[in-house]
Design a protein around this ligand. Structure first.
Ligand code: T1G
Length: 693
């Protein structure tokens, strides 16, 4: 069916896009637009044109799924050229979002009207790109470079009201959007002259250029690895240096180079992977989430307080429960202090701070959870404690209330067995700090009700999280793979590397920090306690903890933190300790290149990811990528561990793992069957599940 409908309203041609779900500018839409504009201009009874859209979005941009495939004409710049050069005025009627190429379509029109709820943005930067169809040339001319550049650099949309204020929109109307657009189009036609294009509007001034150059300098300083930031600076600077047509051509060249860049390809993989997680196997759209009007959180420690903040930030009343007044007061004070910092930074108004605190009701005793629709337990990470709490909750909470544990690795069915409602018990594993980190692992034990899982996923989105449904198993997905990296890092120290070398290798790869700096930040005693509970040994990590060097909180761990410094300094005592342990283990230390360190840290993680897929603990390789990007700061422009492994080649990884297994005698390093099979077939993880459809 033609996704572009053509109709007449008196002397105005109305072109309506209807290409679900978001009117992305795929080849059929582009061709339909060109055909409709031509038809309107050939029709003598038509004096003006409106472009409108059906559905929730005006236009969500170019069709990202087309990137990397052979380009199909008409190309978007040519479509926009047809609109802009139309002798009859073209007006955009915008509802929902006009993003990327969608806003570029509107910019090529001669006027733009929108509903107040419309959102206007150029998010290409988030895909490792820049606007590729005139956005960098038209938007600055229309609203000034100093407003346009930050919009394109952040990629965040602006509301219609601001669009009107800045001159991006001509009118904002609460109703009769189409009638308004038709009226504006007729008005332009009545002017009896060629319509003025946004490219011809020139709000550029020397002061604007100076302000832009300051922004550009700051952006380049923070750009890091990403090539699209310098490209955006160059494209916008051309607005001041080149005539419009030359600026368009330069933009297109910069854009096409970025489309082929591996970092953009990785970010486009992440875009789709983050949408795939909404498709939970066996739970279709017919499974409705239970309504969540109020919540309760058990435990007012760091995690419990952060989780309570998530609810308050989303406007959901939450009862924060502790066993006694003192820890409860501490928890509430910690939350208030965090909000105070946001107010000081200007990211939260005092009124919003007060409103959020008012939504948090501190109560001593589990009876406080009685009226909650969902309870999230964030108590001590010990099974007995959790079973006691869930047994109590089962008695005090209402039928149908969901009971979730924030456990980071304990067995959820064992927790559920403490209740008479296993169908309502699941895991909601938040990541610290819970009010900041996006990842939420929704643990789906056997026997839990589908609508309970659907509720946790919908709630996760409402809390602004990225909810990934995972199976029950030690460490679920993220921590289970993290443990492999931690063991590999310990092996590297004994074999010859030093903490700063291991950390630097991951930082240079794109992580915010390496394993040892992260351990010092979280507290080395946490891992120590877990290893002792499971009878595991890690000679270096155990020796560090036996010395009481727990990390930043004790002023020293793997590194030294003089006067509470945040950045650790190399510690000669630790390095001597490591060398002594190597000698005790009879290991002749040797140097390791960064490439070797990376392989030894990341290959075992990928291997564990393969086992996680084999066991069905994760539904798709992309889910694992989403976990690591949103929970552990894996650099999104590298696509995630499973995507990265496909880029390295599973045959290469399998060989390296075999060599490590032989060298260390650690069977866990043997390549997983799935990894071996895919390597032998010359395939990547991307093919996993595709056969299953
Ligand atoms: N291309 C292809 N598919 C898209 C798409 C797009 N641009 N946007 C969304 N989808 C699909 C998505 O995969 C999902 O599919 C469904 O639509 C609903 O999406 C030349 C080069 C529009 C705010 O970056 O921000 O234009 O899983 O779950 O939460 O300069 O989607 O149902 O099969 O996200 O309501 C620039 C990306 C492109 C906008 C809607 N545009 N999209 O959010 O639904 S590059 C973007 C979004 C470009 C030009 C450049 C959001 C949304 P499925 P959803 P939502």
């Amino acid at each position: 069916m033609n996704p572009v409908a053509f109709s007449r309203n008196a002397a105005v041609a109305v072109i309506t896009l209807d290409s679900p779900p978001v009117n992305a500018l795929g080849a059929a839409v582009r061709a339909g637009l060109v055909e409709a504009i031509g038809r309107a201009n050939a029709d003598e009874a038509v004096s003006a044109i409106v472009i409108a859209a059906a559905g929730k979005a005006f236009i969500a941009g170019a069709d990202i799924s087309e990137f990397g495939k052979p380009p199909v004409p008409p190309f978007l710049p040519d479509v926009l050229d047809t609109i802009e050069r139309s002798p009859k005025p073209v007006v955009a009627a915008i509802q929902g979002v006009a993003l990327g190429g969608g806003l570029e379509v509107a910019l090529a029109c001669h006027a733009r009207v929108a509903l107040p709820s419309a959102q206007l943005g150029l998010p290409e930067i988030k895909l490792g790109l820049i606007p590729g169809a005139g956005g960098t040339q038209r938007l600055p001319r229309l609203i000034g470079a100093a407003k346009a550049f930050p919009m394109m650099l952040s990629g965040d949309p602006i509301p219609a009201g601001r669009g009107l204020e800045w001159g991006l929109l001509d009118e904002v109307v609460s109703s009769d959007l189409l009638a308004t657009a038709i009226r504006v189009a007729e008005g332009l036609a009545g002017e009896g002259r060629r319509p003025v294009t946004s490219a011809a509007v020139d709000k550029l001034t020397e002061a604007d250029r100076a302000a832009f150059e300051v922004q550009a300098k700051d952006a380049l300083r923070k750009a890091g690895e990403m090539p699209n930031v310098p490209a955006l600076v160059e494209a916008v600077r051309n607005v001041f240096l080149l005539p419009f047509e030359e600026g368009l051509a330069a933009e297109r060249k910069l854009f096409l180079a970025l489309v082929d860049d591996p970092r953009s390809k990785a970010l486009r993989h992440v875009f789709f992977a983050e949408r795939e997680i909404a498709k939970v196997p066996g739970i279709g759209p017919e499974v409705k989430p239970r309504p969540i009007a109020s919540a309760a959180v058990i435990g007012a420690g760091t995690m419990g307080g952060g989780i309570a903040m998530c609810f308050a930030n989303a406007g959901i009343p939450v009862t924060l429960i502790e066993t006694a007044q003192a820890p409860l007061d501490n928890g509430v004070n910690r939350i208030a202090a965090i909000y105070d910092i946001s107010v000081q930074r200007g990211s939260l108004t005092p009124e919003a701070r007060a409103a959020r605190l008012a939504l948090i009701k501190p109560v001593v005793g589990l009876a406080g959870a009685a009226g909650a629709d969902i309870v999230v337990e964030a108590a001590f990470e010990e099974m007995g404690v959790k079973q006691q709490i869930f047994g109590e909750l089962d008695k005090v909470t209402k039928p149908g209330a969901i009971l979730a544990s924030n456990t980071s690795y304990l067995d959820v069915p064992t927790i559920a067995a403490a209740t008479k409602r296993p169908q309502d018990v699941l895991g909601m594993h938040f990541f610290s700090p819970a009010n900041v980190m996006k990842l939420l692992e929704v643990v789906r034990p056997k026997g839990v009700a589908d609508d309970a899982i659907a509720t946790a996923v919908a709630l996760g989105r409402k809390l602004g999280k990225v909810p990934v449904v995972v199976g029950n198993g030690f460490g679920f997905v993220g921590n289970r793979m993290l443990e492999q990296r931690t063991r590999a890092a310990e092996r590297l120290l004994v074999a010859g590397a030093l903490p700063y070398e291991v950390d630097q290798a991951l930082v240079d790869f794109g992580f915010k920090m390496g394993p040892f700096a992260m351990a010092d930040l979280a507290g080395n005693d946490i891992g120590w306690r877990s290893r002792k509970a499971r009878g595991l040994k890690a000679p270096v990590a155990d020796a560090i903890c036996e010395a009481g060097w727990f990390g930043q909180k004790t002023g020293r761990g793997y590194y030294l933190y003089p006067q509470g410094a945040r950045a650790g300094q190399r510690c000669p005592e630790v390095e001597a300790l490591i060398q002594r342990i190597s000698a005790e283990q009879g290991v002749t230390r040797r140097a390791f290149s960064q490439a070797e360190i990376l392989a030894r840290l990341l290959d075992p993680m990928v291997n564990e990811g393969a086992r996680i897929l084999e066991e069905g603990i994760a539904a798709r390789p992309g889910d694992i990528d989403v976990v690591w990007i949103n929970g552990y700061n894996w650099p999104a422009w590298r696509g995630g561990p499973m995507y990265w492994a496909d880029g390295v080649g599973l045959d290469v990884i399998a060989k390296r793992l075999e060599a490590q297994a032989a060298e260390s005698g650690d069977k866990a390093l043997e390549p997983a069957p799935l990894l071996k099979r895919l390597a032998a077939e010359g395939k990547g993880f991307a093919s996993f599940g595709a056969a299953a459809g």
